[in-house]
Design a protein around this ligand. Structure first.
Ligand SMILES: *Cc1c(COP(=O)(O)O)cnc(C)c1O
Length: 678
C-alpha cells in the first residue's frame, strides 16, 4: 500500500546533536582507511533516556537504501531527465484539460495539478476514472488532484483527457500538445548549482555495473547468510523465502494507501485475520496495525492510555514509572507522549525492586498514569512477580504498558493480556519475522484490553480505529501495510502449535548457550537457574579485555557480535532464537570458548596487553597478507583460529575503528579523509 517509505531530514551543524534516529558518520580504521559507523552513539536515545529528543529506533533504513541506489543508478543527469519529462507531461496534461474548458491550477508546476470541476463534478469524474482503473485524489466535492511520476506514459495522459471529457475521446492527444506545452519555460527557482557530485553517482549506470556494486556492498555485510546474529531483545530470526514472497506481488505492492476500500478487499481480509491472530496471541481485545515500529507503538499506546484517563476525568495522570532496566525507547516515548518519567530501581537479581515500585506508586497515586515494563525483562528472565507488579499499578489507578519486544519468549505459552497488562506493542520485525537488518522497516502494532479499544488510532482519510480514536500516528492508515504479508505468512505457516513450539525452542536455545558457556562466561541473571529467551554473558571480571574487544574478535571467527554492553555495561547479551540449529549454537559456543582462552592469555600476562589478537581484532585480508607482518601471533591464529574457518571464511572489510575520531565527525559526505578532523 505504497508504504513503507523513507523520508530524509537535514539540518545545520548547530542542531545536529538534536537530530532524531541514527546518523552514519565517518571514522578511520586501524589501517587509516575511512570507515563508516553510527555516529553520536553515546547520544542516541538508549543512553539519553528521558532526555532524548526522539524515540526512533527501528527506522526505514532499507527504503532509504533503495532510494539512494535509485540516485546512484540514474546519476544527476538521469534524475534531471526524469524530472524534466514529468514536468513536460504535467504541462501537456494541464494544457489539454484547459482545452477541455477546465480550471487548472496555474504554473509553476512540477508533477501535480488541481482541477476545478464545478458543483459536485468530482464524483462524476471519479466514476468514469474508476471504470478506466484510475484513482484520482479528491480534494473536495468540486476539486480533484492528479500527480504524475516517471512511470506515467502518454497513453495514460490520453486516457485522462478522455476521462475529463465525459468519457469521450477528445479531438486532440498528447502528441498534438507536445510542442507548445511540453517545453516549460525556465522558472524562477530552477536549480543551476551542481548536485550528486560524489563518484558513486557517476559510476553505475548500467544494470550489470549496478548489480556488481550492490553485490560488493552486500559481501561486506556480516549478515544472517553467514552466521547467527544473536542480538538480545532485537531478535534476528530466519526470514523464510516463502514468507518474503508476497511482498513483491503487484497485488500488494502497487496499491495506494488511500485506495477506496472496495478495491482492497484482499488487504482488508489480511488485516482482519492478522488482527484476529494477534489478539489471540496477546490475549487482547483489539489491535491497531498502524504504528511503523515498536517505538511508534509505544507512543501510540501511551496516547491511548492518556485518552483513557482523560475520558474518566483524570487528565492529571501524567507520571510514567519505568524500571532502570528498560529499553531506551520507553522513557523517550513517554516524554514524546507528554508524560513525566519516574525511574524504578532493580534489585541485585535484575528484577524490579518491588518495595521501590510500591512506594513510588503510592507517592504518585493521584498522578500515576502507567508503568512501562518488559516481560521477560530486558535482563532475560521471567520476572516472577509480574502479576503482583500489574496489581500494584492497577490498585493505584494506573495502567500497565508492556513492551512486547520479548514476545518471542511468550507466544503460545503466556500473553500480556493473561499477565494483566493493558496495552502492549509487538515488534513484527523481531518476533514475527519481518527482516530488519540494517535498521528497518518495522511494524509495531499495539494490542489493547477491552476498555481501551475505543481509543485505538484513527485516520482522517480512511475510516478505521476505535470510536474515540487518538488520531493517526502514521500517514498511512495501516502503516507499513505491504510487509504485513510477511508476518501473515509466518503465522499462517506455523499455526498455533508451531508458534508455541518455536517459543519453547527459543527458550531452550538460550538456556543451552547459557549452560554451555557458564564456566567461561557466567550468565548475569537467572531465575531458578534458568533464563528466558536470552542470556547476558558477564565479561566484567576481565581487566585488560573489554566486551567490545570480544565483539570485534567474534568477527574474525565469522560471527556477528551479540548485543554489546546493553542493558548492562561490560556484558554481551545473546538471543539465539528458534531459527538456529544445535550445530550453529555449538559453533558459536566453541568460538566463545576459544576466545576465552585468548582473553585468559592477556589477563595472565602471557601475551602483550595491547598488541594481541583481541585488541587488534578484527583482522582484514590485506593485513593478513601484508609482507611486513610483525605481530606477536601468527597469521593463522589471527584469521583462522578454528578449523571450520578453512571451509568458509568471512573477511571483515574494515579493521578496528577509531571511536574517538568518529565522535568528532558525526556527518559523512564521503569525501576524502583529509576533510575530517582527527
Ligand atoms: C527493539 C526494541 C524496542 C523498540 O522497537 P523499535 O521497533 O526498534 O522502535 C523497544 N523495546 C525493546 C526491548 C526492544 O528490543
Amino acid at each position: 500500500m505504497a508504504a513503507p517509505h523513507a523520508a530524509f531530514f537535514a539540518t545545520r551543524h548547530e542542531f545536529k546533536r538534536q537530530m532524531p534516529g541514527r546518523i552514519v558518520g565517518v571514522s578511520k580504521d586501524s589501517r587509516g582507511r575511512p570507515a563508516l559507523r553510527l555516529a553520536l552513539g553515546t547520544r542516541e536515545q538508549h543512553i539519553r533516556r528521558e532526555k532524548a529528543t526522539s524515540n526512533i529506533c527501528t527506522a526505514q533504513a532499507l527504503l532509504a537504501n533503495m532510494a539512494s541506489l535509485y540516485a546512484c543508478y540514474h546519476g544527476p543527469a538521469g534524475l534531471k531527465q526524469i524530472a524534466l519529462r514529468i514536468r513536460s507531461l504535467t504541462g501537456i496534461l494541464a494544457a489539454g484539460l484547459q482545452r477541455l474548458g477546465l480550471e487548472v491550477s496555474p504554473a509553476p508546476r512540477f508533477d501535480t495539478l488541481k482541477i476545478g470541476l464545478g458543483e459536485d463534478g468530482a464524483q462524476r469524474i471519479l466514476k468514469i476514472a474508476e471504470a478506466h482503473q484510475f484513482n484520482l485524489r479528491v480534494i473536495d466535492a468540486h476539486t480533484l488532484g492528479i500527480s504524475l511520476d516517471e512511470t506515467t506514459n502518454p497513453a495514460e495522459v490520453n486516457t485522462l483527457f478522455r476521462i475529463f471529457n465525459a468519457d469521450k475521446i477528445p479531438d486532440f492527444a498528447v502528441s498534438d500538445l507536445a510542442g507548445e506545452a511540453g517545453v516549460p519555460a525556465a522558472q524562477d527557482g530552477d536549480r543551476t548549482s551542481t548536485y550528486l557530485q560524489h563518484a558513486v553517482f557517476q559510476q553505475n549506470h548500467s544494470e550489470t555495473d549496478m548489480l556488481r556494486y550492490i553485490k560488493r556492498l552486500e559481501s561486506r555485510d556480516l549478515s544472517l547468510t553467514a552466521s547467527m546474529i544473536p542480538l538480545g531483545s532485537c531478535t534476528m530470526k530466519l526470514n523464510a523465502a516463502a514468507e518474503m514472497f508476497p511482498v513483491s506481488w503487484p497485488e500488494f505492492g502497487r496499491i495506494h494507501p488511500f485506495a477506496p476500500l472496495r478495491q482492497t478487499r484482499g488487504y482488508q481480509h489480511l488485516f482482519e485475520q492478522l488482527e484476529q491472530w494477534l489478539c489471540e496471541i496477546t490475549g487482547f481485545a483489539g489491535i491497531s496495525l498502524q504504528p511503523n515500529a515498536g517505538s511508534q507503538g509505544e507512543y501510540a499506546g501511551l496516547l491511548v492510555i492518556r485518552a483513557y484517563h482523560q475520558s474518566l476525568g483524570q487528565a492529571q495522570r501524567h507520571i510514567c514509572l519505568i524500571p532502570t532496566s528498560a529499553h531506551g525507547t520507553n522513557p523517550a516515548s513517554a516524554v514524546m507522549a507528554g508524560m513525566t518519567v519516574v525511574a524504578v530501581g532493580c534489585d541485585t537479581n535484575g528484577n524490579i525492586d518491588l518495595s521501590d515500585l510500591r512506594s513510588k506508586a503510592l507517592m504518585y497515586e493521584s498522578s500515576l498514569s502507567c508503568l512501562m515494563i518488559t516481560y521477560p525483562s530486558t535482563h532475560g528472565v521471567f520476572e516472577e512477580t509480574i502479576r503482583e507488579i500489574c496489581d500494584i499499578i492497577h490498585s493505584h489507578g494506573g495502567q500497565v504498558y508492556m513492551d512486547g519486544a520479548n514476545m518471542n519468549a511468550q507466544v503460545g505459552l503466556t500473553s500480556p493480556g493473561h499477565i494483566g497488562a493493558d496495552v502492549c506493542h509487538l515488534n513484527l520485525h523481531k518476533t514475527f519475522c519481518i527482516p530488519h537488518g540494517g535498521g528497518g522497516p518495522g511494524v509495531g502494532p499495539i494490542g489493547v484490553a477491552g476498555h481501551l479499544v475505543e481509543f485505538l488510532p484513527g485516520h482522517n482519510v480512511i475510516n478505521l480505529g476505535g470510536e474515540n480514536p487518538i488520531g493517526a500516528v502514521s500517514a498511512a492508515p495501516w502503516g507499513s501495510a505491504s510487509i504485513l504479508t510477511i508476518s501473515w505468512m509466518y503465522i499462517a505457516l506455523m499455526g498455533g502449535e508451531g508458534l508455541t513450539e518455536a517459543t519453547r525452542y527459543a527458550i531452550l536455545t538460550a538456556n543451552y548457550v547459557s549452560k554451555r558457556l557458564e564456566k567461561h562466561f557466567p550468565t548475569l541473571y537467572r531465575s531458578r537457574g534458568l533464563v528466558a529467551h536470552e542470556c547476558i554473558l558477564d565479561l566484567r571480571a576481565f581487566k585488560n579485555v573489554t566486551a567490545e574487544d570480544v565483539a570485534k574478535r567474534l568477527m574474525d571467527y565469522g560471527f556477528h557480535a551479540p548485543t554489546l554492553s546493553w542493558p548492562v555495561a561490560g556484558t554481551l547479551m545473546v538471543e539465539p532464537t528458534e531459527s538456529e540449529s544445535k550445530t550453529e549454537l555449538d559453533r558459536f559456543c566453541d568460538a566463545m570458548i576459544a576466545i576465552h582462552a585468548e582473553m585468559t592469555a592477556v589477563e595472565s600476562g602471557a601475551v602483550d596487553a595491547k598488541n594481541n589478537l583481541l585488541k587488534n581484532a578484527p583482522h582484514t585480508a590485506d593485513q593478513i597478507a601484508n609482507d611486513s607482518w610483525n605481530r606477536p601471533y601468527t597469521r593463522e591464529q589471527a584469521a583462522f583460529p578454528v578449523p571450520g574457518l578453512h571451509d568458509y571464511k568471512f573477511w571483515p572489510h574494515v579493521g578496528r575503528i577509531d571511536n574517538v575520531f568518529g565522535d568528532r565527525n558525526p556527518v559523512c559526505s564521503c569525501a576524502g579523509m583529509e576533510n575530517y578532523s582527527g
